[in-house]
Design a binder for this molecule. Structure first.
Ligand SMILES: CC(C)(COP(=O)(O)OP(=O)(O)OC[C@H]1O[C@@H](n2cnc3c(N)ncnc32)[C@H](O)[C@@H]1OP(=O)(O)O)[C@@H](O)C(=O)NCCC(=O)NCCS
Length: 272
């Protein structure tokens, strides 16, 4: 899977003390969590990690399942930032770029933290590094096939050919493998779906990317991984780095006990 599980990586050493930062320019932290892991009484606790604006947005969701994955994504975002920096979840504020990518506002001379989140039915994910572009996408595997036919027409011809050749039983999973990789990339560069999806293509076997000349990007500066977040979901992570193969990527299911402790303590996470 190409990433270190949390127990063997730096994420098991937290929480940090004295403002040390666990992520670096050469390290990436990735957390995901299924909404079914959260006990009914803990949603209020997790929502306590969100800012007032985020809580207002959460309240606007019509379906509880959408509200829950939104709350979980933003709770993971703030607790991952807190876990890796030793600061409080409420200490972070964000600004958005032209296409809506939220970026952590760094203090003067402060570390430039880069975080990206994703939420889908039943799951949320957050990925964090320093300085370099990062994007994450998680999708629920039980997708409507009609919607796939429309989206597929925006893929590069070589990707469409792979999909056409895929056995019927593998179609949805193959489509979503491409889709999550493509979304992770467009989220990493911050353009979202304003970036035409045909201008770049993926090789699923080794998660490598190719770009149209007009896009002017370099495959040698990118690393993509697809860790397995569980039976019902698929996830992709995109990272830009001058030496992408040297990146240390540490990820796994978020430590829910620590996240809840952080939410209940309103401040520091307890040391394991
Ligand atoms: C970004 C985008 C690809 C997300 O797709 P999605 O699968 O529906 O959503 P995900 O759950 O994977 O990710 C959502 C999160 O990505 C982040 N995000 C939003 N815009 C982003 C962008 N351009 N690049 C990277 N990340 C972005 C946000 O944190 C968002 O979380 P929130 O909605 O809870 O605030 C899609 O919404 C998009 O293209 N948006 C751009 C729209 C745009 O151009 N707006 C311009 C006016 S602001």
């Amino acid at each position: 899977m190409n990433i270190d599980p949390i127990d063997e990586g730096f994420l098991s050493h937290g929480p940090v003390q004295g403002g040390n930062v666990l992520v670096s320019r050469d390290r990436v932290a990735l957390w995901w969590l299924a909404t079914e892991c959260i006990a009914p009484g803990d949603w209020e606790v997790l929502a306590g990690l969100l800012s007032p604006e985020e809580r207002t947005r959460a309240a606007r969701f019509h379906f509880e399942r959408d509200r829950h994955s939104y709350i979980l994504a933003h709770a993971l975002c703030r607790s991952l930032l807190a876990f890796c920096t030793g600061r409080r979840p409420c200490d972070f504020s964000f600004e958005t770029g032209d296409h809506g990518k939220p970026e952590v506002i760094a203090g003067p001379g402060g570390t430039r933290l880069r975080i990206n989140i994703s939420h889908t039915r039943g799951m949320a994910a957050a990925a964090l590094t320093v300085d370099h572009d990062i994007g994450v996408d998680v999708e629920w595997l039980d997708r409507n096939v009609g919607a796939i036919a429309v989206a597929e027409s925006h893929f590069a011809p070589c990707e469409q050919a792979v999909l056409a050749a895929a056995p019927e039983i593998r179609k949805v999973a193959t489509f979503l493998a491409f889709w999550t990789l493509k979304e992770a990339y467009v989220k990493a560069i911050g353009k979202g779906l304003s970036q035409p999806l045909q201008a770049f293509s993926f090789q699923l076997e080794d998660c490598t990317i190719r770009f149209d000349d007009a896009l002017g990007d370099d495959p040698a500066l990118w690393r993509f991984v697809r860790p397995d977040p569980g039976r019902d979901h698929t996830l992709a992570l995109a990272m830009r780095h001058p030496h992408p193969l040297t990146l240390e990527i540490c990820g796994g299911p978020a430590p829910l006990d620590q996240v809840l402790a952080l939410a209940m303590g309103g401040g520091q996470m307890s040391r394991r």
